[in-house]
Write a protein that binds this ligand. Sequence first.
Ligand code: NIG
Ligand code: FE
Length: 411
Amino acid sequence: MGILLKNISTLLTLQGAREKHGRHIVEEDLSISHKQSILIEKDKIAWIGNKLPKEFAKKNHKEFDMKGMTVLPGFVECHTHLIFAGDRAAEFEMRNQGVSYQEIAAKGGGILSTMKHTRGSSLNDLVKQGQKRVNHFISQGVTTVEVKSGYALNLKDELKVLQAVQKLEGARTVATFLGAHALPPEFSTYESYLDFLSEKVLPEVKKKKLARRVDVFIEKGFFPKEASEKYLRRAQELGFDVLIHADQMTLSGGADTAIKLGALSGDHLLQITDKEIKALAKSEVTCVMLPSADLYTRTKYPPAKELIEAGARVALATDFNPGTSPTQDLNLVGLLARLEMKMSLPQVLAAYTVGAAYALNLQNEVGSLEVGKSADLVCTPQDWRTLFYSVGEASEKQVFIRGKKAFDPLK
Ligand code: NIG
Ligand code: FE
């Protein structure tokens, strides 16, 4: 017995976008069709079409009439710092009154201020707060959420944060170790801290199977490129996938390093030039754009249009964190991508599904609706052309994750 979603008015499978590996996306790649049905068996898509074949028809499926509904793949939120305690509202006010992010960080505020709150929170409290945030993502149609550590910056509490990620329920979660987020007060050089992470923390994370990905914040005033490269190579030797917070505030070599190491993604990329755009387009690195962080930091937006035209694969995400992007609003991200980065709506939809799935190396499981893939889907009465158009709207999305109803706006 499975679930049969019958008579779907408009189905967007994004199969075309998957076949093009998320590159050069045009409307056709949304793979739109009408009057379709989807059969879900257990957690997977068993069949898509308009007439259920005999072999499936015999079974007693639970049927839902989807007339008037649009169905599309669940959104993949591929860059968040979702586990943290406290807020940074006072700093937000200071930044608006003219103090820079770097000045605040240099005085022990910024990431280090969130570190104090996060170290001081219990596992239980972090899970409780984290679960609320995951639920909020799910209500917007998110079915996979990436979560970074990086607000504890010592062995004990970084492990606690990653344990909290493991306890989150509802959506599929992907944990990333971001110990290299800022220099904690216990260390005086970036190099010695990275050595400590390589020698003491990464092996523990590996042994306890708490994350399969390692991220580093390469930036002026944060982690230098050379030492970061050495650290990421060590992570790769241990079997981790790597990714980089790259070229956010200054052109610091993050994109170059991502390409050189074959990183899964380079994230932010505001400061890149034509040279990096061309190189990224030729590479397998997914370019993760985080425009709500650019809004909050009042910097420029990354060259998404140029990247897409050059053939790069682009993803979008919220970068949800208390400092530079205190928002979980996917509509805001999509809106900024359209308004400020001139991405087309099909490009936004592909970036939040197929592109983001690649960033997490989950392109064979999620991001498009195809037989054998996870039954992660969004069902909405909205026309697809009204997606990523308004902000502040109530969600009308019914969300299935791994074949189970995870959110229903009517309940
Ligand atoms: O993605 N760039 C580094 N990390 C975060 C900011 C974290 C913070 O300020 O707390 C980001 O923007
Ligand atoms: Fe980030």
